[in-house]
Structures are given as C-alpha cells and as structure tokens.
Design a protein around this ligand. Structure first.
Ligand code: C2E
Ligand code: CA
Ligand code: CA
Length: 554
C-alpha cells in the first residue's frame, strides 16, 4: 500500500564520508535525507530548508565549522528554533555532551550507534518538537497575535482564580458587517485591518491584561475594572481608514465580572450587551446590565423546565375565534400555546417561542400542539359541536423536518380530521431564508388539502415575490396595520392590502381588532375575517367549545 504520509526531512551533518553514506542509507527508507560534509555547508542547508526540516543529525568534530560552532550560530537565529538537533558523539565525552545540551541540542547518540536506538530517539525527538510547536500555534491567533479563543478563556480563568479580590472587566469588540467588508475591500485589506484594530483597542484600553480572538471578527479583552466613563472614552471610535473605507466597531462590556464563571460565559455576557446596540447609530458601547441578567436567568429557567413541562402537559392550547364578516358567525380559530408553570407562573409565548426557535425545542412543542388541536377538532365533531377550521402556527425550524407535509397529514388522519379543517400559518420571513424548501413543502401541504395562511403580512417583511411564488389561500394582515390605521384614521394601506389579496384570490383576516369602529371600517373595505379581542380573547378549550356552540354555524 502506498504511504500517503509525507516523509519528514532530516539533515545529516558529518565530515567522514563513509560514516555519512552509511547513515544516509539507514535513514533513506523513513526520511527524506539532506547531507552536509561540514558545519558551514550544514548551516547553508539549514538556511535554505529550515521550514521543511524536522531534525538535524550533527557530528561534533569536523573541519571548517565544528558541531559546537554550528549550534552557536543556529541559536543566534530565531528562525531555526523549531528544528531540533541530535548530536553524534564519540564515547566517553561527557563534557562534550553537556556542552552540546547547553547549546540547545535536544539529545545525543554515541558512536558506534545501535541503529534501533538511534531511530527511536530520532522519532521521539521529532514528535516532542512537533507537539510543542502545535501547542504554540494554537495558543496565539496567527493573524492578530492575540490569544486564540480557548487559550483566552483558559488564561482569563487562571487570572480570576489567582486574584479573587481584584475586580475585572471583559470587553468584547465586534466589527459590524464584516462579511460585506470582506467582499468590498478584499481579504488582504481586511486582514491587515483586523490586525491593526486588535492593536489599537488593546493599546487604548487602560490596565489591559490580555486579549483574544474569540470569533472571526470578534475580540475579547480582560482588564482591571474601570469606571464606565473611562471605558467609554477609551472605546470611542477613531477616524475611518484614510483610504475612505468605512467600518463600525461596537463594544460590549461585562463589568466587575463574576469570578466563578467560565471564560466563555463571561464573553457571552459581554456579547449579549453588544446585541443591544447592533446596527444602532450613535451607540458604540453597551454594558451587560441587570435587565439582561434577569432575562438570562429566565431563559435558563425556561430551558431547565421545558422538557418536564411538556411531559406534564403544562403547555395548553388556547383558541382565538376568527369572525366571518360575511356570515356574521365564527368562521375559524387560531391555536395559540399557553404555558402556565406551577412555580414560574404564566410565561408569554413572546418570551419562550423565540427561545425555543433558537434551541430547536419549538418543533417538539409544535408537534404536541398540533396533536392537541387534532384531538380537539375530533372531540368537537364527536360531541356535535360545530367544528370550525383551526389554524396552527408552523415555525421556521419546523420546515427543517424533511417530511413535514406527510407528518402533518398523518397526524390529521390519525384523528380522522378532514384536512380542510386544519389551516397552516406561516410567516413570510421564513421564505426569505429558505425559499425552495418552503415553497415545495407548502405546495405539498396544499396538494394534501390543507389551507395555507400567510401570517403577519405587513409586519415589516413583506416582499411581493413570496406572494407570487408561494401557494397561499389566506392573507393575515398584521395587527400593526389596524393599529396604525385607527390611530391616523387613514385606512389606505389596509385598503391596498385587501385589494392586493382580492387580486390574488386570497381571503383576508385582520388581526388585533379591538373596537367596534375598527370592525365597521373593515366591513367597508371588504375584508373577510376578523380576529381580535373585540370578538374574543384566546380561550381555553372548554370556553372555546361553549363559544362555538353559540357563535358557529351548524
Ligand atoms: P401570532 O401568530 O401573530 O398570534 C397572534 C397574537 O396576537 C397572539 O399573541 C394573540 O393573543 C394576540 N392577539 C389576538 N388578538 C389581539 C388583540 O385584539 N389585541 C392584542 N393586543 N393582541 C391580540 P400570543 O398568543 O401571545 O402569541 C404571540 C406569538 O407567539 C404568535 O403571534 C405566534 O407567532 C407565536 N405562537 C403562539 N402560539 C404558537 C405555537 O403554538 N407555535 C408557534 N410556532 N408559535 C406560536
Ligand atoms: Ca399566527
Ligand atoms: Ca399574526
């Protein structure tokens, strides 16, 4: 079998020709061997090949330049530090050996040498040197000279442990839109920009102890605790690049850090502060504060409790009726999750849904909710309560499930629920991220008889492309639209949206309708359904059934 591992290169420096030939023959199989007949030639070889050399085998006594002089001159040049040397000495020359070791030789072998012993010593010398230089490489980021991420975290922890009574700050600095800078100005410029930025920030920060590169364009710094005003002044942006290139650097600070936390958590806190001012004008520095601490604690509690809560059925489905303006009856409902935890109390979906979307738990929860909904529709039908279509919310993450459409269909079929009674709510923002897959899944759902509702239309994301490309049945107009229209008494955007939906043969649902005046105005505009507190808040299952018995068409 071919050996794919490249042979390492060894330099043999030996004046006795016969000895040199024998040695080279012995090593030929395992190494790529370079030769030199004296120290001077050896130094030339070293100079020419130092990057590829793994080891030097060096004779002590040679004409021109002997082994000692070779070592001395090698030591003088830091480029050669990484190449280890094994000395070849005659027996009974302890003094020589000591001198060699003092001059930086790694090991020695005595002539006449035992071939196996020699080969093993060569191998272990090379391995030792390589693992040491590997460590060196990982410790520092080669571009900026700051610590690499792991070493930064580790060294920060060491400092905090050793100085329990000193307070420290962590600063994390982030270059905004670094990726587009790379495209615009080229990698070479961006590399040198990052290098000089690392230098500038470390230079400006008072009492700076160490810095690390903790992301492609994020640096972390540890410094002795400073007053806010001092840090603010130190981190105020300087001039743009003289070449006219624009860049924005933001700094998040976790002040007076908790000494017991791991380095990565300290930096998480500083970058959390960064998040607050991302893409915000006129705000370059932000501190991790009590509000963030609380929301972090809450997130932690949520994550610790979510699985058990799901098992204990502490997530409940509430149903908010959709009023059909044409028949003046309830024409549908939206299923909305509620989490009422015995100790944590009521937690708003606005808090836990975004978190579950980040940690992936949303898909588990959604499947649970959808099953509850199917069971509820089945129960209504069996109890003779007029069943209406119920829409379920499908999250962006849910589309990662490869056979999502089949799974939803299978779920409905398990409870004998007509597919027309299950509507699927999706938001446009997913479409922007993953258009082909979303379009294909919606197409499949539609072909399976499910209705598709486009949620939150007009909430900032709207692109007419998605309207044109996705298979939709209903357009839900975001509650910001009615709110704004009611406040300004200007319904022109809503009118336009209803016209647009009509033109595309989509039904309209207006969300967040709270007053009779709003209902009257929407009737004039010709919209189809209204969902809002004016008709009903989201209701627990039993109340919803009662509501249906009164307000739905039989
Ligand atoms: P959404 O899908 O836009 O749901 C409508 C939200 O508006 C609901 O908030 C509802 O309670 C609220 N709402 C309805 N009518 C009115 C009104 O007249 N006035 C006001 N002020 N609010 C009204 P909720 O239940 O807090 O849900 C918030 C968001 O959480 C939902 O927005 C949805 O994006 C998400 N969500 C809720 N349940 C689920 C679920 O089971 N799965 C997924 N993936 N997301 C869900
Ligand atoms: Ca919705
Ligand atoms: Ca909505």
């Amino acid at each position: 079998m071919e050996n794919t591992v490249q042979k390492r290169t060894v330099l043999v420096v030996e004046d006795n020709e016969m000895n040199r030939e024998i040695l080279c023959d012995l090593l030929e199989d395992d190494y790529h061997v370079l030769q030199a007949e004296n120290g001077l030639v050896g130094l030339e070889q070293l100079d020419a090949h130092c990057d590829e050399l793994s080891l030097i085998m060096l004779d002590v006594y040679m004409p021109e330049c002997d082994g000692f002089e070779f070592l001395q001159r090698k030591q003088a040049d830091p480029r050669f530090d990484t190449v280890p040397v094994i000395m070849m000495t005659a027996s009974n020359t302890v003094d020589d050996e000591i001198r060699c070791l003092e001059l930086g030789a790694s090991d020695f072998i005595t002539k006449p040498y035992n071939v196996e012993v020699m080969k093993n010593r060569m191998k272990s010398t090379i391995r030792l040197r390589e693992s040491a230089s590997m460590l060196g490489r990982l410790e520092l980021d080669s571009l900026t000279g700051l610590y690499s991420k792991e070493f930064f975290y580790h060294n920060v922890e060491e400092v905090l442990r050793a100085n329990p009574d000193t307070s420290y700050d962590i600063v994390c600095s982030d270059v905004e839109n670094f990726r587009s800078m790379n495209d615009r100005y080229g990698q070479a410029w961006c590399d040198s920009f990052l290098r000089s930025l690392a230098g500038t920030i470390s230079g400006n920060l008072p009492d700076m102890l160490m810095g690390g590169r903790i992301g492609a364009d994020i640096f972390g710094f540890l410094l002795r605790h400073q007053p806010d005003s001092v840090l603010k002044a130190a981190l105020t942006p300087g001039e743009d690049d003289p070449g006219g290139r624009k860049f924005v650097v933001k700094h998040g600070i976790y002040a007076d850090v908790d000494h017991t936390l791991p380095g990565s958590s300290l930096c998480d806190r500083a970058t959390m502060a960064l998040g607050k001012i991302k893409r915000k004008f006129n705000s370059d520095v932000a501190w991790y504060d009590d509000e963030m601490r609380k929301s972090q604690q809450q997130e932690q509690q949520i994550v610790e409790n979510m699985q058990a809560s799901l098992e204990k059925r502490e997530f409940q489905v509430y149903y908010q009726p959709k009023h059909d303006l044409h028949s003046d009856r309830t024409g549908g409902a939206e299923a909305l999750v509620r989490w009422i935890h015995p100790e944590l109390g009521f937690i708003s979906p606005g808090v836990f849904i975004p978190l579950f979307e980040r940690n992936g738990f949303i898909t588990k929860l959604d499947f649970y909710i959808w099953e509850e909904v199917c069971q509820e529709i089945r129960r209504c039908i069996d109890a003779g309560i007029p069943a209406v279509p119920v829409s379920i919310n499908v999250s962006r993450m849910d589309f990662e499930v490869p056979d999502l459409a089949e799974q939803i269909a299978a779920l409905a079929d398990r409870y004998g629920v007509d597919h027309g009674l299950l509507h699927i709510e999706v938001t446009e923002s997913f479409y922007v991220e993953n258009p082909e897959q979303i379009a294909a899944t919606l197409e499949q759902l539609h072909a399976n008889g499910f209705y598709i509702e486009l949620d939150d239309f007009g909430a900032g994301y709207s692109s007419l492309t998605s309207l044109n490309t996705l298979r939709l049945d209903v357009m839900k107009l975001d509650m910001s639209l009615i709110r704004q229209a009611a406040a300004t008494q200007d319904y022109s955007i809503l009118r336009f949206a209803v016209l647009l939906a009509d033109g595309m043969r989509l039904k309209t649902v207006v969300e967040g309708v709270e007053t009779e005046d709003q209902v009257a105005a929407l009737k004039v505009l010709g919209c189809d359904y209204i969902q809002g507190y004016f008709y009903s808040r989201p209701l627990p299952r039993a109340d919803f059934e009662e509501y249906l018995s009164v307000h739905a068409v039989r």
